[in-house]
Design a protein around this ligand. Structure first.
Ligand SMILES: Cc1cc2nc3c(=O)[nH]c(=O)nc-3n(C[C@H](O)[C@H](O)[C@H](O)COP(=O)(O)O)c2cc1C
Length: 167
């Protein structure tokens, strides 16, 4: 376990303006994860391949953990929505592959694997933790979503929802 205190979490993260290295721009094809996200956690994620990202983005996301920002998936339901993103190592590949998993706060009507996704990352929420129970992880993801919404409600952040990167 880290020094991070799960019981005293701030309700908002980052300064009044996105702090360096943010904003960080990500894009690529949506990859299939292990599908535990939707079934066990009630939190479907769209994964991006870290190898597809720019060197600047790779460096900016060296800190493992949870981030927030906006995302858009090309297709029928192509709005820009708030997101929370988990960057971590994938135990399935013996921790040799980093994963970028994005949970978009929108109820999509269909699967979108293979579609193009773009995301702008605007802040960092917390480090990746090693959970003893699924319930504890679910509780923290719910808090992550709340923190992301509060943080994105500030004008310097919500302005990115209409950024030219998404059009
Ligand atoms: C907002 C968010 C926060 C997460 N935080 C953690 C974490 O702190 N520790 C961890 O081991 N996994 C964390 N995860 C990763 C989940 O365990 C992962 O999404 C889940 O295993 C589903 O993966 P799958 O879609 O490949 O099955 C987080 C995921 C999300 C979306």
């Amino acid at each position: 376990m880290t020094q991070y205190d799960r019981s005293h979490r701030p309700s908002i993260c980052g300064g009044d303006q996105p702090d360096a290295p943010f904003p960080v721009y990500l894009s690529g094809e949506v990859k299939r994860g292990f599908q535990r996200g939707s079934r066990e956690l009630g939190c479907p994620t769209a994964n991006l391949d870290p190898e597809d990202q720019s060197p600047e983005a790779a460096t900016a996301l060296e800190n493992l953990g949870v981030y927030y920002g906006y995302a858009r998936v090309d297709g029928a339901d192509s709005g820009v929505y708030p997101m929370v993103m988990s960057v971590g190592w994938n135990p399935f590949y013996k921790n040799t592959h980093k994963t970028i998993e994005i949970h978009i706060m929108h109820a999509y009507s269909a699967d979108f694997y293979g579609s193009q996704m773009r995301a702008i990352v605007l802040g960092y929420i917390r480090p990746e933790l090693d959970y003893v129970s699924t319930e504890a992880l679910i509780a923290d993801i719910k808090t992550d979503i709340q923190v992301a919404q509060n943080s994105l409600a500030r004008p310097a952040y919500s302005a990115y929802a209409t950024n030219a990167f998404f059009t």
